[in-house]
Design a protein around this ligand. Structure first.
Ligand SMILES: Nc1ncnc2c1ncn2[C@@H]1O[C@H](COP(=O)(O)OP(=O)(O)OP(=O)(O)O)[C@@H](O)[C@H]1O
Ligand SMILES: Nc1ncnc2c1ncn2[C@@H]1O[C@H](COP(=O)(O)OP(=O)(O)OP(=O)(O)O)[C@@H](O)[C@H]1O
Ligand SMILES: [Mg+2]
Ligand SMILES: [Mg+2]
Lengths: 226, 226
């Protein structure tokens, strides 16, 4: 569903050079739920942003399906992200002037499609936001904002969902319900989910766990649930 | 060090009323490390903000030491927060145009005091930010930003530190080092730390864990480390 080939992302140069990604190759298989773990600063968010076309690589390539996203025009890249990719940002990136509900359906609104309303209701129920839909982000708790971001990424049933620490601000019960919902999405809808997490019990919901350090993959395991 | 007496915080009214705090009384003892846990939306951040004078109560009182903070002028409240309280926000609230280092010493700069440089070096080392000090928040990973927020709260050696999920975006090794540092601060400097967390292994570093649900305390335990 997505992969990188020898991807490097380098900030600065000389003494202040930071190799956020350092020749990293990863293959994310369609219909699989992959967890990405690693120390703070090891390149996890950078990898996710480069795979989703939110950032460009210094060298190497990133593919969504067979499309080399480094070759796309800005317009085509924007369309690809809006229609085929769901992204849960580490900092949520919600629109402050829109309600939770409006934030959730924004990608479809922009795309001129209408969301599958029965699916949307399932998503909203799974993240437990039924009675917060009319509130704006500033009127929501940290974990509620995180759940709006998760619902927004899942609502349009995109091919691939990139989730950057989607349960970091949630208690284990709420987080567990969301992870189970994502596990089922992978099985029932054949979606591909790539999730960065620092929580081993969250990673246990994935089929495979990939470990990063200093911008490269250092280890990989298949989980019992695969 | 701090306490609330029958504190209530109510948003909205009638059908849309949300009782974020519902007659909550809590006593935070000087020199203790208290963890606050509970489901997403249960009132943890609201309690912290009201205790630190960042938000006012609908009814009831909040005290820092013997000072009823509901009675302070805006000016005195600002001074109290700047000089006696350290706050790690759930969303960090870093200044985007300042470097990590400048963000960390900002409270002292505003107060016209100079930070204890040997203490500051210990804090920066404990959070592992020695080689990221000159970078601005947008050039830092999520966990690095969180660590800047933690360092900023600890740097001025305030009487009380309120930390709202300070390790949510950190791998267990980095998070563990910060929690140990905070545990030692409580023992060596007699500081008071109040930490919201969703992570039971983080809460295990505290002397006492208080559990919230629906704006009230529902349970409390002393931990083995007390
Ligand atoms: N301005 C507001 N208007 C209406 N409701 C609000 C407002 N601010 C907060 N709330 C509600 O108050 C409740 C408590 O919020 P709070 O931020 O204290 O929760 P929390 O325990 O910190 O949750 P989390 O673990 O998700 O961070 C939530 O249901 C939230 O939606
Ligand atoms: N614009 C930039 N300039 C310089 N360095 C940067 C920039 N953006 C990111 N970095 C660095 O790249 C490295 C990787 O960052 P990344 O956000 O991918 O880490 P991460 O694994 O997601 O960490 P975390 O778990 O803390 O979120 C970090 O050391 C970070 O400081
Ligand atoms: Mg990150
Ligand atoms: Mg909160």
């Amino acid at each position: 569903a997505a992969r990188t080939v020898d991807a490097s992302k380098i900030y600065g140069s000389g003494d202040t050079e930071v190799r956020a990604l350092d020749g990293l190759s990863i293959d994310l298989i369609s219909g699989e739920f992959t967890a990405i773990m690693g120390p703070s600063g090891s390149g996890k968010s950078t990898l996710m942003h480069c795979l989703a076309g939110l950032d460009d690589l210094t060298s190497g390539q990133a593919f969504i399906g067979d499309t080399d996203i480094g070759q796309l025009s800005d317009r085509d890249l924007t369309l690809l992200r809006r229609d085929r990719i769901g992204f849960v940002f580490q900092a949520y990136n919600l629109i402050p002037t829109l309600s939770a509900e409006e934030n959730i359906v924004l990608p479809q609104q922009l795309g001129g499609t209408s969301p599958d309303s029965s699916w949307l209701r399932q998503v909203i129920e799974a993240v437990g936001l039924e009675d917060r839909l009319k509130h704006r982000p500033s009127e929501l708790s940290g974990g509620q904002q995180q759940r709006v971001a998760v619902a927004r990424a899942l609502g349009g049933q995109p091919e691939i969902i990139f989730a950057d620490e989607p349960t970091g601000n949630l208690d284990s019960k709420t987080g567990g319900e969301i992870l189970e919902f994502m596990q089922n999405a992978v099985r029932d809808l054949g979606q591909t989910i790539v999730m960065v997490t620092h929580d081993p019990s969250a990673a246990a919901h994935a089929d495979r766990v990939v470990f990063l350090a200093d911008g490269v993959i250092v280890h990989e395991i298949k989980t019992p649930s695969s």
